[in-house]
Write a protein that binds this ligand. Sequence first.
Ligand code: ADP
Ligand code: MG
Length: 379
Amino acid sequence: MNTLFREIFKSDIEHTYKAPARINLIGEHIDYNGGKVFPCAIDKYITAYVSTRKDKELHLFSKGKDLKVHSLDNLDFDEKMRWEKYPLGAFYILSKKGYKFPFGLNIYYESEIPVGSGLSSSAALLDLTVFLISDIYKFNLDRKEITLIAKAVENDYLHLKSGIMDQAIIALGEKDSGMLLDCNLFTYTYHDVNLGNYEFVVLKSNKPRSLVESKYNERVEECEKALSTLKKVYKIDKLVDLSVDQLNNAKVILYDDVLYRRVKHVVTEVDRVNRFLLALDEGNILELGKILDESHLSLKDDYEVTGFHLDSLFQACKDSGAIGARMTGAGFGGCAIALIEKEYFPKFKKRVTTRYLELTGLKPDVFEIKIVNGVSKIN
Ligand code: ADP
Ligand code: MG
């Protein structure tokens, strides 16, 4: 790596950092509704190799793309920016908070996280950049601050309405644990994900996500609209405060089938998060599988964020003997997770690949995962 690095930057690597991808196990589209989600960090990484510069320039390189050069004196957002808007946004938000950068950096990014597949390559890139900045300039940011700065880049620099989940789990993830994260209060607890002879696997649909941003924003707005109507009747601050028992009445109050189904997904998904944690504690694998299936069907029929490819992937998992499966991430393409017996993985991979190919004409990528720690320095 150092030879490649030298070729581009004419200096040696001084620091190396890595940030993981993430999957969400349960609690989908709950973050911006103020509820609890249960993601974990997985062993697919983006790595940053860094050296310091004598001038005040940022030289940014990502494998497979061109070198981008920017002055630290002008970090304003510009429509012409490509991928470099993510790292530049991190410098921008920190500078607005009063942090000073007395010298520039050379950064070489190399990633094994598929881009735009719902494993959150963007939050990994952001957390990684904020983390390395904090280390190199000695800002001593803790992992909660790193999360909030990375989120501010997405919200205030890139103008995306994303919640806090992705940045939080990539900054704060712990090995072999899921993180039960309250997205409203930004509080969290860790829970062992010990499945014995079973495991979660990830399946990439290889359908590029489309319309994600507009559809995502549409769901956010629908939930806001439903909340404002329901607030007139119920004493609630967030949609997730509504109970399953109140759903029937909500149907009458909303008087709008689409809004009702959005609310129904949110309320039942909150219930599924609670049941999922119980089932984990009890080691009840069949119940975990059942909850995954229910979550997928709710995202398909009520929240309508799956689409043909994710539904076919779900079907292929079920037809290939998965105990449970569901889409993970925002949806509209991207990835699914499935719960299977570890020993069965080679057969499952073969079967699910054939079945998905039959249904869609596409081959999925299917891989086993380990649950790992959040962003870290390597040396
Ligand atoms: P994801 O679900 O993977 O987070 P997004 O659309 O939110 O999908 O983010 C993908 C964007 O993040 C890319 O278009 C690119 O701008 C940026 N990105 C992610 N990984 C890298 C990388 N290794 N190098 C450069 N840019 C990256
Ligand atoms: Mg993203």
